[in-house]
Design a protein around this ligand. Structure first.
Ligand SMILES: [Zn+2]
Ligand SMILES: [Zn+2]
Length: 252
């Protein structure tokens, strides 16, 4: 850069940083760095980790050891091989998911990707794909929030992304307010592997990305479609998981 311009550019950058300081993704308070939560939000976020059910990420009160499954998953084994979620679905997690979904803060996909980074399974050669929206919903909204998260995560980790691996073959009703059985019925058979990817899918490990895991109906319907298409394993990473007894109303 031209020497006489460099100080001007630095001054402009400093002014911009002053005008647009980094803000907490949860509450908008000024923070030291972009994508960092302020102390108040940090303490209110319920970060999830072991011990939890490998198949659905429901937290265990007592650690039964690695690879354990909860009663529900033992009774009806889900199509997903593993589920990991960054946080429990609480007020701040909900705000972030809603602001990303409605397009007010697309940069939140990077915030979420940073939280998912530590949860990426160790399995090699994973192909990343988002849970799809129906194309009518993409047309009306302009984007798929899970695809934004998947893209940000792939950028961070250098993982391959197949953004259109799965398609919704029909419109599914809003799942809001439905119980687990009704949700599973509503999305059953609603997904398929897109034709151009069918050959490449055989024997692959897939890392599925979603924003919120409620009962797992949608993600498991996607996993079932991927396995029908020949995928060897399907793992799910999501931002927030509804945890029994601790999460607010299922309004997402
Ligand atoms: Zn905050
Ligand atoms: Zn489970």
């Amino acid at each position: 850069m031209n020497r006489s311009i460099a100080p001007v550019a630095r001054a402009a950058a400093a002014m911009l940083a002053f005008a647009l300081p980094p803000r907490s993704p949860g509450c908008g308070e000024v923070t030291a760095e972009d994508h960092r939560f302020c102390m108040a939000c940090w303490t209110r976020l319920d970060f999830l980790g072991p011990p939890s059910c490998i198949s659905c990420a429901e937290p265990f009160e007592i650690d039964p050891g690695p690879g354990a499954r909860c009663g529900a998953c033992l009774h009806t084994p889900p199509a997903l091989d593993s589920v990991r979620a960054a946080v429990a679905y609480g007020e701040i997690a909900r705000q972030i998911a809603i602001r990303l979904k409605h397009g007010r803060r697309p940069g939140l996909s990077e915030t979420i990707a940073r939280q998912l980074d530590r949860l990426v399974p160790a399995e090699p050669d994973m192909l990343v794909a988002p849970v799809p929206l129906h194309r009518w919903r993409i047309w009306s909204r302009g984007f798929n929030q899970s695809a934004l998260i998947a893209r940000a995560l792939c950028r961070r980790r250098g993982l391959p992304l197949a953004v259109d691996l799965i398609e919704r073959t029909r419109r599914t009703p809003m799942l809001r307010g439905l119980g687990p059985a009704a949700r599973a019925k509503a999305v059953r058979g609603a997904f398929a592997v897109r034709r151009p990817h069918q050959e490449a899918l055989r024997g692959r490990r897939i890392l599925l990305i979603d924003d919120v895991y409620t009962t797992g109906a949608t993600a498991n319907a996607c996993a079932a479609a991927l396995k029908r298409g020949g995928a060897a394993e399907v793992h799910l990473l999501c931002w927030a998981r509804v945890v029994r007894g601790t999460s607010p109303s299922l309004d997402i």
